[in-house]
Structures are given as C-alpha cells and as structure tokens.
Design a protein. Structure first.
Length: 342
C-alpha cells in the first residue's frame, strides 16, 4: 500500500478540457494533479489528429491540435500541475469526510478534495484494419492516426473509411501524395458534405482515386507492405500499390471503470447540472465530451466554458464558507500574482 498523495483536486483526463481545468482552478488558487492513461498530454486531439487544423478556438483563426495542446501546457505552467501519465484511474470512492480515495492502475493513491472527470469519450482503441496479415505492419506502414503529415509526402497512400477523419486526411494528402486511393464500403459518406464535395472535385481532376469496396488482402514483399487488394462493390478486384495505409474506422469508446463509480449515466455520458457541471455524486464534476446535459454540444470551446464554471463549483465544494468574488485577470492583483505577471 503506497501512501496517498493529498491534493485539492484530481483531474482525470489530460485533453484540452482537462488542461484548461487546471488553468481555471489555478486562477482561483487551487492546485491539481492530472492523470491520463495515455503517455503524453493532449487526449484524442494529439493521439488521433495532431496536425488537423482547428478553426473555432476563440482568437486563433487556425490552430493545429498539437499546437493547441502546446499552448495550453504553456498557459498552465504558473500553476505547476503534477502529471501522472500512462496511468488509468481504477477507483474513485467517496468518503464520509467529503473527500475521495482515488487509485490508479499503477497503484498510485490520492486523497482528493474533489474530482474532475475530463476523459473525453473514455478510454478508446481504434477499430482495427482486420485484414489477415496486416497486423504485422501496424505502426510501420499501417496507421490509425497521423503523427507527422509531412513524412508522407510523395508516397503512395491508401485511406480506408467514410467519416470525417478519412475525408479530412484525403483532402490533406491529395496535393502532395505520389498517389492517393480512398476506399469506403459505400458510395455515401458520414463526413461533412463540403468535404465530400471537395473529394469528388479532386477525384474528377485525377488527384485521388475512389473505390467503393472493402479490403480483401494485403500484398507483401520482403517483409514490407507493397499493396492492398480491394474487392469493389461490383465484384471486381483491384490491386492498389501502397507505401502506407491509413484506417479510419472510428473508435471503440468505452467508459471503462468510470461506469462503476456510481454516477448517473445517459447514453454512456455522465449527467451533470449546468451551474457547476457536477454529477449526481457531490464533489465529482465532469467537463468536456464525457458529460451530457440539455443542449450539450461536443465542442472544445464548450468544454472550456464548462471548466470555468466547474472551477467555481469546486471552490464552493472545497471551501463552503469562503465568499466567492468574480475577478478579472486584467485587473486582479491576486490573479496576476498567481499567473506570475503581477
């Protein structure tokens, strides 16, 4: 039994909303430990599409997902959060003294005054390519995410999938790939209509090839993946030469242990109020894609708003006798001192 780490707040999830929660807590003078099952901060943003541009972050006309996380990490530096990465939270147990026992998969234990769950869709794994023999090339030539788009310039690429990720990366790679093939089992797509229209335009001018069909087998040579055989909807077999294959079939979102912590769920999301973003368990809050409430929109900027209000709710939970004041970073000497700019 390891000794418990005592802290005001434990944040579960180091994605953008979890990171911004650190900032909002810090402005109110509260410290946090932040945990994530992934090996680096960023959550799904950096794990699945680090180079994907984001256009709806206030005051940033365009921002890459990894850039957004880097900026958030810079922003929270004054508050010195303690990160515990590569650890999944297994237990969150309320105590009679209004505090919580938190235990991770590595045996790290916390004595926390409040808990914020910012776990996105929960723990997740990409849906696998599933073609016999393809697993041998995972991480080398078969990918479920794009880490560095520039490294695939002038390469022969095949993208499988019909959602936003597949279409977004098809549009991204089309100008620079030596050859690009998009494969989807249907002629209809689940992606944004504008992306589908642009893809069709690129197909018409020969910048990419679209095949309606399914992967049948992989073609290998000297321990390398050199092609994929596609069975088209009309039964015709196509051999597509490739240097890299990307499979964007979505994720297996799983709440995992979160579902066992006694909180009220609705469609695999945690129900919260819209005053404090607190769950039905007092002292446990939820922000970002993991929560649900009437009118919920799964946007990063919505999660930032939720984190701001949750911080005030957490302060009230931890310090019920403390009078709350709304202060502004532009004029508050206390906040400026906490930020290190006073």
């Amino acid at each position: 039994m390891t000794e418990s780490i005592k802290t005001e707040v434990v944040i579960i999830g180091a994605g953008p909303c979890g990171l911004f929660q650190v900032f909002e807590l810090g402005l109110l003078g509260m410290r946090a430990h932040i945990l994530d099952s992934l090996a680096a901060p960023g959550g799904q943003c950096t794990e699945l599409y680090p180079d994907k541009p984001i256009y709806d972050i206030p005051a940033l006309p365009v921002c890459g997902a990894q850039e957004l996380v880097d900026r958030l990490m810079q922003q929270i530096k004054p508050f010195e959060p303690v990160f515990h990465l590569g650890e999944e939270v297994l237990e969150v147990k309320p105590r009679d003294d209004r505090r919580f026992d938190v235990v991770t998969s590595l045996g790290t234990r916390f004595d926390a005054g409040a808990v914020v769950i910012a776990g996105g869709v929960g723990s997740f794994q990409p849906r696998r390519f599933g073609v016999p023999g393809s697993e041998h090339f995972e991480g080398r030539q078969l990918h479920y995410r794009v880490k560095n788009a520039d490294s695939y310039r002038q390469q022969r690429l095949a993208i499988f999938g019909g959602g936003d990720s597949a279409l977004d990366w098809a549009l991204e790679f089309a100008p620079t790939a030596a050859a690009l093939t998009l494969v989807h089992r249907r002629a209809e797509f689940r992606a944004a209509p504008a992306s589908v229209a642009r893809m069709r335009e690129l197909e018409a001018v020969g910048k990419l090839r679209f095949i309606e069909g399914l992967a049948d087998s992989v073609i290998t040579s000297e321990d390398r993946l050199v092609g994929v055989t596609i069975k088209a909807a009309d039964g015709h077999m196509h051999e597509v030469p490739v240097d890299h294959v990307f499979a964007f079939f979505g994720l297996h979102p799983k709440l995992g242990p979160i579902a066992e912590w006694g909180m009220e769920l609705e469609r695999k999301a945690l129900k919260v109020d819209t005053e404090k973003f607190q769950t039905n368990v007092p002292g446990i809050f939820a922000v970002g894609d993991i929560n649900t409430y009437p009118g919920k929109k799964k946007l990063i900027l919505s999660g930032f708003h939720e984190a701001a209000l949750a911080a005030f709710g957490i302060q009230s939970w931890l310090y019920p006798d403390k009078k709350q004041f709304l202060q502004y970073t532009t004029t508050s000497p206390v906040m400026q001192k906490r930020l290190g700019v006073g």
